[in-house]
Design a protein around this ligand. Structure first.
Ligand SMILES: O=C(O)C(=O)C[C@]1(C(=O)O)C=C[C@@H](O)C=C1
Length: 369
């Protein structure tokens, strides 16, 4: 295609390309419908056509191509986001998904749902993390999205506690860059006497609040979405620390943007569901276990097989077992690899033999976007 020199010429080329893009997207959607029929015929459907590993492969290839000879000026994130939406609409033709998430509307968890599943799912706000697990366990929702850790605020204990006992599997992860904003109906930071937010967000904006609003009362609420809702309801003198999305939903003004103390503030979310994702080629496995009591080197023995097999451990969290007087700890471990890989399976069998309690939480594709 020759480089256009005039506006009509450029628009003519764009019109021609749009027509091709539209034809191709429609063809792709028809094939996705056929994929659903093939899955149902082969018994692999069971009504659920979501395939996180396949989606990760598609997105990885999009990013790879973006750096190849046919790559363009769009960022990896932008081009992947477009493909994400195309897959989202294709999947909605196969089987529409309902995703339970930590509400109300406007939470960062809702943004994580959108980032991972795209816009063509029904996002269902829940009041608490345990309700999300129950909703997916009973089949009221197909998948759940829960926060699990923040780079500043640390782990989300409710999520870890639920993972120990649930029958659900971890099917995926999403990481989200989190930016906090001071939002209010009024337009002036100096007049704010009360700030609502989630405990983790207060922790992440503490220095800013100490410096700019040292006298304002801080009231912890269950989520940033709820904080924004209250600031909108109460008006004058109240503010919320929340996302831009929460501000938009509640028609609040941004009094101060990006007020988090650390610039790189990332939250990791997990997707939980009833299905085990297949191997995607770049996967993580999550396990939880406890060590035998009164055995010197018990934790070392649990970790040694992973190290000896050269498996890259990406995360280790400990959490005291609830109700235990003795210092018993659950160890949550993530490492690179998939539980169906024979080498990984062997390591897991060895660790299981060494542990007092052992559970595989899931193997799933590493976050692509
Ligand atoms: O390949 C599949 O299994 C599909 O259903 C197609 C498709 C896609 O649009 O590429 C759609 C949904 C799945 O989650 C994965 C991929």
């Amino acid at each position: 295609m020759k480089v256009p020199q005039t506006l009509p010429e450029a628009r003519q080329q764009i019109d021609a390309l749009d027509e091709q893009i539209q034809t191709l997207i429609s063809q792709r959607a028809r094939i996705a419908q056929q994929v659903a029929r093939i899955k149902e015929r082969s018994g692999a459907g069971d009504g659920n056509h979501y395939r996180p590993s396949r989606e990760a492969e598609v997105l990885r290839r999009v990013i790879e191509r973006n750096h190849g000879p046919n790559g363009g000026p769009l960022s990896d994130e932008s081009i992947a986001r477009l493909m994400r939406e195309i897959m989202s609409v294709c999947l909605s033709l196969e089987s529409p998904l309902t995703i339970a998430y930590l509400g109300p509307e406007g939470t960062y968890t809702q943004a994580a749902v959108q980032k991972h599943f795209g816009d063509s799912v029904t996002a269902k706000p829940m009041r608490a993390i345990d309700e999300i697990f129950r909703d997916v366990e009973t089949g009221a929702a197909d998948y759940g999205v829960v926060p699990v850790a923040n780079s500043i605020g640390g782990v989300v204990n409710n999520t870890l506690d639920e993972l120990v006992h649930t029958q659900l599997r971890i099917c995926g992860e999403v990481t989200l860059a989190v930016h906090h904003h001071l939002l209010s109906l009024t337009g002036d930071t100096e007049t704010i006497t009360k700030v609502y937010s989630h405990a983790q967000s207060f922790a992440q904006c503490r220095k800013w609040l100490d410096a700019r609003l040292p006298r304002a009362e801080r009231e912890v609420v269950s989520s940033n979405g709820e904080a924004a809702r209250r600031a909108a309801e109460e008006g004058g003198g109240t503010a919320a620390i929340a996302s831009l999305q929460a501000g938009r939903i509640n028609k609040l003004n941004v009094l101060a943007a990006n007020i988090e103390d650390e610039l790189s503030n990332e939250t990791r979310f997990l997707i939980v569901g009833k299905h085990d994702p297949e191997l995607s080629g770049d996967d993580l496995t999550s396990i939880v276990m406890t060590a035998h009591r009164n055995q010197p080197g018990a934790l070392f023995k649990l970790l040694q097989p992973l190290a000896e097999a050269g498996l890259d451990m990406t995360r280790l969290e400990s959490r005291q077992v609830r109700g235990s007087v003795l210092p018993d700890f659950y160890f949550f471990i993530d490492f690179a690899g998939h539980a169906t890989d024979p080498k990984v399976r062997e390591v897991l069998d060895t660790v299981r033999g060494e542990a007092a309690f052992f559970k595989i939480l899931g193997s799933y594709p590493r976050a692509v976007m």
